[in-house]
Design a protein. Structure first.
Length: 95
């Protein structure tokens, strides 16, 4: 029997529970949600199951540059429900 995303999140101890993402870090002036692949997948599953529409954005070094040089990009990231790390460069800097 398939588990719902909420059941999966609660049993795994995941911090990914739709409604609020608990961890935020700032790297190079942008806010990021440090999520594991399982946590991100759980958030997307929960969003789909609830019928909610969310923006799941990502940041890499190029998007950080664009964020600092383009007002439309800053607005996009303000609208994002979740901004996950996509790229080893940001992962190294975040540590």
């Amino acid at each position: 029997m398939k588990k719902t995303a909420h059941e999966s999140a609660s049993k795994s101890g995941s911090q990914a529970v739709l409604g609020q993402i608990q961890r935020h870090i700032r790297v190079l002036g942008v806010m990021l949600n440090p999520l594991t692949m399982n946590e991100l997948t759980t958030l997307v599953e929960q969003s789909i199951e609830c019928g909610d529409r969310h923006i799941f954005a990502n940041h890499n070094l190029h998007s950080v540059y664009l964020f600092h040089h383009n007002a439309a990009m800053r607005q996009f990231y303000r609208l994002a429900y979740c901004t996950y790390v996509e790229g080893m460069g940001l992962l190294v800097l975040a540590r």
